[in-house]
Ligand binder design. Sequence first.
Ligand SMILES: [Zn+2]
Ligand SMILES: [Zn+2]
Length: 439
Amino acid sequence: MKHRVAATACVLMALSAPAAASDLAESIQQDYDEHLGALWDHFHRNPELSTVEFKTAARMAEELRAAGFDVTESIGGTGVVAIMENGSGPLVMMRADMDGLPVEEKSGLENASRFQQEDPITGNLVYTMHACGHDVHITSLVGTARQMAARRDEWTGTLMLLVQPAEERVLGARAMRDDGVWERFGKPDYALAFHVSSSGVAGQINVQEGSPYAGADTVDIIIHGVGAHGASPHRGKDPIVLGSQIVLALQTLVSRELSPREPGVVTVGSFHSGTKHNIISDRAHLQLTVRNTNEHTRKVLLDGITRIAENMGRVAGLPDDKLPEVIISNESVPPVVNDAPLVRRLREAWTDAMGGDAVVDIPTKGMGAEDFPFFTQDPDISSVYWSVGGTPQEDFDREAAGGEPVPSHHSPLFKISPQPSVTRGVESTVVALLELMPK
Ligand SMILES: [Zn+2]
Ligand SMILES: [Zn+2]
């Protein structure tokens, strides 16, 4: 309650004295000192797991309402939609994901999380941590809401701020769409999102034409063998040997069938078979993750996995009705694909506002996936997904000199510098929104 009064007072103060565009960074820094820094601290200490982000969602609804938005809760589970109508013009959506992870924080931060929550998957009480930096995303979304409310005379259109649950389980975006978010609040003309990145220099904006996040498929391969005594292999069909051949043959898909300029990943993350030293099992189970950046690669990899698994079964002499079964999950995630002209437009706006050094174009090295594309495909919505660096330059220098490495996302050591991340998160978002909704 005490907090609510403080937030409202701060917004009223901002509303009565709207800052000019030129002092945007200064105004955001002031809001960080007065409100956003403490809000990040609160979210960082209290991370909630995917699908059960109840208190986080309630606090976000309260903050966005206090900033003057029309707020609707419980969309696709714990999702929140906040709308501000401000005259005619485009409908622009900005998304922030809010879930934490079942990780015990060992970052050494003063405000490290000691929060525990019942894991909805296992039922166990687990430590939780904002080990992916989603606390930066939601804090920045509040900062964006407060700036856009204070600058109503600088833009025209409708702003939709979307607080998404369960990104880490790639469930939340689809759940919000299935709950009719476009039908209820309007289909956006543009959709935006960013991720804070531990591999980026604190405060630096990285934006690429192309695909910053990969598409992902989950595949299971069931191998049917013929069980036998380990001393009589000629009496059986060994699924471990066949599975091993399949694992090795799968390595040729990326190396020999994809263009070397086309990224793809086939990882066998799990291989289970057998019970005892001297028993040839009758079954093996492989679990794969398969990554792509476009539909063509996806088809080459998935068709190739099926072809290799089935035909390696034939090589092993299995009859057609006992060939390995390939099960492709229907829980596929498409790649994030940025709209190239929109990237160029926003890059120019960001460079004008923050200077050329603040905006970089560094291709992503990994093939991580995101569920943001469920907002931007079917129907297609022009979108840009960028990243905001969260690690101080001195930490990279220390690593380069052979010191402690910069921890990755999802690590218990994960650590983001909140001030540059949140302020640049707000600044990059507000600059993009003002560019897309000019008066
Ligand atoms: Zn994550
Ligand atoms: Zn994340």
